[in-house]
Design a protein. Structure first.
Length: 275
């Protein structure tokens, strides 16, 4: 087994206060002496306020651990392939749609099986005044329906659609995430996760499955699986599935604001206190 780590941030196009970065625009570079490749479409170096988003193609038999992961919050979503995720001393087999949370103080490590492993990884330093959870949940899936937000009407700047999508809270304060949440929006045909903003948080989320649209600033934009949305604090964004023909399929997004926005949990009637 070959073990690799990432150091620094690869060059990325400037984000401004908001940008959709298509998967075709990702710039992958090999890690030194390895077959694993890394792209970083969102990062402070490109203009993000709080969050870094890596896309890592881990080669068969190799492992990847972000440099400094022990000092940061990390969440990861498997986009393709199979392997093993390790958080601190705990390991779990992972495949597409599986999610991993590594709190501050625990190293994140991902190892690919023979077919390789493609993973999206969100990172952010723990802000002053925030404490790690006492018993955070390290492993889950995007389809975990234990805690959900239904019927979200947005934050009032844009008239809401009536057919409203459901959001799964995969990693959030209620299961121990102290800053970097992970949510999964499931937009069935014709459904919208209504337009909203976060006053103090970056938003970085991806189109995980299907085709749909993301709202950014003042318009809806077509996207496909693998594409990334970045919105700085105060920038309007949302997601919808405008397709309603007989062959239409669900459109799935995942990611979340960093630091987490208590307003989303309040909208679901939940506390944002960290477990």
């Amino acid at each position: 087994m070959t073990r690799t780590s990432a150091s620094g941030t690869l060059a990325a196009s400037p984000l401004g206060d908001a940008r959709i970065v298509t998967a075709a625009e990702f710039v992958f570079a090999p890690l030194p002496g390895r077959r694993t490749t890394l792209a970083t479409p969102v990062s402070p170096a490109a203009g993000a306020t709080h969050v870094t988003l890596h896309v890592v193609r881990i080669a068969a038999g190799e492992s990847f651990s972000p440099d400094g992961s022990v000092g940061e919050e990390n969440t990861a979503v498997v986009f393709d392939g199979r392997g093993t995720a390790t958080v601190g001393s705990r390991s779990h087999r992972v495949e597409r749609s599986h999610a991993v949370y590594a709190p501050t103080g625990q190293v994140l490590d991902l190892t690919a099986d023979a077919g390789g492993l493609t993973v999206y990884i969100w990172r952010t330093p723990l802000a002053a005044g925030r404490r790690p959870g006492t018993d955070p949940e390290p492993f889950s899936t995007l389809w975990d329906e234990t805690t959900q937000l239904r019927g979200f009407g947005g934050t009032g700047q844009i008239a809401p659609d009536a057919d409203r999508a459901t959001m799964n809270f995969v990693f959030w304060p209620g299961n121990g995430s102290s800053q970097l949440c992970l949510h999964c929006g499931i937009q069935q045909p014709g459904q919208t996760f209504n337009v909203h903003l976060h006053p103090d948080s970056d938003e970085a989320f991806i189109a995980f499955e299907g085709i749909g649209q993301m709202y950014l600033r003042d318009r809806w934009i077509d996207v496909a699986a693998g594409d990334v949305l970045y919105a700085a604090p105060g920038v309007l964004h949302g997601a919808r599935n405008p397709h309603t023909d007989p062959d239409a399929r669900r459109f799935v997004t995942c990611g979340g604001p960093s630091p987490y926005d208590p307003a989303l949990y309040s909208a679901a009637g939940l506390s944002s206190d960290v477990r």
